[in-house]
Design a protein around this ligand. Structure first.
Ligand SMILES: Nc1nc2c(c(=O)[nH]1)N[C@H]1C(S)=C(S)[C@@H](COP(=O)(O)O)O[C@H]1N2
Ligand SMILES: [Mo]
Length: 542
C-alpha cells in the first residue's frame, strides 16, 4: 500500500514535507538516544571489567598512542593539562554526529542502521582490547553497549515506520492520518529507552565510584615510616619568598601532571606487586608495598621536568620524595651496570596502564638518588602522580625516568627494545637541559619605574646551577643573586634588582651549570630531546 502517496495527497505538499522533516529529526534523535544507550551500558559493564575499558576512554587512549610527537606537542602547548578533556569532548561530538547519521540511515534500512552501530562497537572493542595493557575482557563494554544500542535503534526506527492507514471511505474527507508515523508511540519508546539508559549509566557511575573507594581506602591506610636517611635540611635561603616567584617546594596540588592516562589508574596497594627481571638478573625480585617500606627509606628534594616543556613553560616542579634506592634493589637482583661489564644497558619500567619508560642502567646505578618513590611532600604519592610507587631519577626528563604506577622493571638493552616515547620520535636518552625561567614580572606586566625585582628559577638537575644572568633589551648580562643551593638535583631560585626605566623592555635570562656550560640561546623545539633557548619577557614600565 502506497501510504506515503496517500498522505501527501491528503495533506498537500507542504504538510508532507513537514512530516518528513519531523520524521528525519526523530530518526536523528533516535540515533542520539541509541548512542547514549551505548555509552551508558558500556559504562555499566566497564564498572564490572575496569573503568579504563570504557569505549570513549579506550578510543581516546588509542588516539593518544597514535598521535605523532608534533601533534601531541601542539595539544599540550595549547590545551595544557586540559588536552584530555578536549580529546574526550572531540570524541563525543564526533560520536553524536555519527549517531544522528546512523539514526537517519535506520529510517530507510532498519537492519543497516543496527549493523552500523555494531561496527562502532567493534571499533571500541578493538581499541580497548588492543591497548598495551588491554585484555580480551576489555572488549566487553563496547560489545554489550553496541548490542544494546543496536536493539534500541532498531526498535525506535520501527516506531518511525509509516503507519498503515486504511484508505478513506467514499465521501469521508478526514482519514485517520495525523502524521506519517505513530508519534506517540515513538515518544513513549524514546523516553523509555533514554530513561533506562540513564538508569544504567548512573548505576555504572555508582559502581565505578565504589570500585575506586577500595584504592582510596588503601592509600588512606598508609603510614609512611620516618626515612632512615632524611633529606638534608633545606638551607634557610633556598626560598627567596618573592611575590610571583615559584616556591622552592611545589605543593602536590600545584605539581604539573603529564601522562597518557585518560582515566588515572587507582591501584589497590594491597594487591600491588613489583617484579624485577630480565637480562643479567640472577635473582629475580618480586615485592609488595610493605616490603618496600621495610627497606631503608631515603628522602630527597628532586626537581622533575618534562621534555615537553617549552622555554618558560610550567612543566617543572620540585618535591620532597621518599623512596628506596633503585640501585640497591638492582644490585640485589644481580644486575651490573654496563660500565662494570653488565649485559643490560636499559631499565624498562612498565606501569599498570601499559606505559613503558626506558632509563640507562648506568645512570640509575652511578650513585645518584634514583628512587622508587612511595611518598611526595610528606604523604603517599597522590593517584595523579603515580600511587603507589613511581620512579624518580635526578637529571633525566620524566619520559625517560619517572614511570608512574610502576609494576614491572625489566633489564634489557637499548638495541633490543624501544620504550613508548622512543617509538614516537623522542630520543632514547634525554638528560635534562639547563634551563631558566622568569616568573616575575609576568609577560606584559606594567611595573612602576624604579627598582623592580626580576626573579625566577633555573635548573640543571644533577649538575647544579652555578650562575644566572639577566639582560635588558639585548644589553649587558647582569649577574642575578642566587638563592642558597639546596642540592644539585633541584632547581635554584634567583633574583636581579632591575633599575627599571619607563618604556617597553625585553628581559632575558640564561643560566650556567656547575660544569661551566652556559645555557644556549639557540631556540629549538621540544622534540626530540627538550627545548633550548633563553626565556624572555616583555614588560611596559610606566
Ligand atoms: N605511567 C606513566 N608514567 C609516566 C608518564 C605516563 O604517561 N604514564 N609520563 C611521564 C612523563 S612524560 C613525565 S614528564 C612525568 C610527569 O610526572 P608528573 O605527572 O607526576 O608530574 O611522568 C612520567 N611518567
Ligand atoms: Mo614528560
Amino acid at each position: 500500500m502506497r501510504t506515503d502517496r496517500y498522505v501527501s495527497q491528503k495533506h498537500g505538499a507542504s504538510g508532507s514535507r513537514r512530516s518528513r522533516w519531523v520524521r528525519a529529526a526523530c530518526a536523528a534523535l533516535g540515533g542520539l538516544i541509541a548512542g547514549f544507550t551505548a555509552l551508558c551500558v558500556a559504562g555499566l559493564v566497564a564498572a564490572a571489567v575496569r573503568p579504563e575499558a570504557g569505549p570513549v576512554t579506550a578510543v581516546g587512549g588509542a588516539v593518544i598512542d597514535r598521535t605523532p610527537a608534533a601533534v601531541k606537542d601542539f595539544a599540550v602547548r595549547n590545551f595544557g593539562t586540559d588536552d584530555k578533556l578536549v580529546l574526550r569532548l572531540g570524541i563525543l561530538v564526533l560520536l553524536a554526529a555519527f549517531a544522528m547519521a546512523v539514526g537517519c540511515l535506520a529510517l530507510r534500512h532498519r537492519w543497516g542502521g543496527a549493523a552500523a552501530v555494531l561496527v562502532f562497537g567493534v571499533v571500541g572493542a578493538v581499541a580497548a582490547a588492543g591497548r598495551p595493557e588491554g585484555r580480551p575482557a576489555d572488549a566487553l563494554p563496547s560489545v554489550v553497549g553496541a548490542l544494546s544500542a543496536a536493539a534500541v535503534l532498531y526498535l525506535l526506527a520501527g516506531r518511525l515506520a509509516p503507519a498503515t492507514v486504511p484508505p478513506p471511505a467514499a465521501g469521508q474527507t478526514h482519514g485517520g492520518v495525523r502524521g506519517a508515523f505513530d508519534r506517540r508511540g515513538f515518544v513513549i519508546a524514546a523516553t523509555a529507552a533514554a530513561a533506562a539508559s540513564t538508569g544504567a549509566g548512573l548505576l555504572g557511575r555508582r559502581l565505578q565510584a565504589s570500585g575506586l573507594a577500595g584504592a582510596t581506602a588503601s592509600r588512606d591506610g598508609i603510614a609512611l615510616p620516618a626515612p632512615a636517611s632524611p633529606a638534608p635540611a633545606t638551607p634557610a635561603g633556598a626560598d627567596l619568598g618573592i611575590r610571583g616567584l615559584s616556591s622552592f617546594t611545589t605543593p602536590n596540588k600545584d605539581f604539573y601532571r603529564v601522562d597518557t592516562a585518560l582515566v588515572v589508574p587507582r591501584v589497590d596497594v594491597g594487591r600491588w606487586r613489583l617484579r624485577i627481571h630480565g637480562k643479567g638478573v640472577t635473582r629475580p625480585v618480586s615485592l609488595g608495598f610493605q616490603d618496600l617500606l621495610r627497606r631503608e627509606l631515603v628522602e630527597r628534594d628532586i626537581t622533575l621536568t618534562c621534555v615537553s616543556n617549552q622555554v618558560g613553560g610550567p612543566y617543572a616542579g620540585t618535591a620532597r620524595w621518599i623512596g628506596v634506592r633503585l640501585a640497591d634493589l638492582l644490585r640485589e637482583a644481580g644486575v651490573k651496570p654496563p660500565s662494570k661489564g653488565g649485559v643490560a644497558d636499559q631499565v624498562v619500567a612498565r606501569s599498570v596502564d601499559g606505559m613503558t619508560i626506558g632509563t640507562p642502567v648506568d645512570e640509575v646505578m652511578d650513585g645518584r638518588d634514583a628512587l622508587l618513590a612511595v611518598g611526595m611532600n610528606g604523604e603517599p604519592l597522590p593517584f595523579d602522580h603515580g600511587f603507589p610507587v613511581r620512579m624518580v631519577v635526578p637529571g633525566l626528563y620524566g619520559y625517560v625516568s619517572a614511570c608512574k604506577w610502576i609494576q614491572d622493571i625489566e633489564l634489557t638493552t637499548f638495541d633490543a627494545y624501544d620504550a613508548y616515547w622512543v617509538e614516537r620520535d623522542w630520543s632514547r636518552e634525554a638528560p635534562v637541559k639547563t634551563q631558566s625561567r622568569i616568573d616575575t614580572p609576568r609577560p606584559f606586566a606594567a611595573p612602576r619605574a624604579g627598582t623592580v625585582p626580576v626573579a625566577g628559577v633555573a635548573w640543571a638537575q644533577h649538575r647544579g646551577i652555578a650562575r644566572v644572568e639577566v639582560r635588558v633589551d639585548g644589553g649587558e648580562w647582569h649577574a642575578a643573586r642566587l638563592a642558597a643551593e639546596a642540592g644539585r638535583d633541584t632547581w635554584r631560585q634567583w633574583v636581579w634588582e632591575w633599575p627599571a626605566t619607563t618604556g617597553h623592555h625585553t628581559l632575558e635570562v640564561r643560566a650556567t651549570d656547575r660544569t661551566g656550560a652556559t645555557q644556549t640561546g639557540k631556540r629549538v623545539g621540544t622534540v626530540p630531546d627538550g627545548a633550548t633557548g633563553w626565556h624572555s619577557v616583555v614588560v611596559d614600565v610606566t
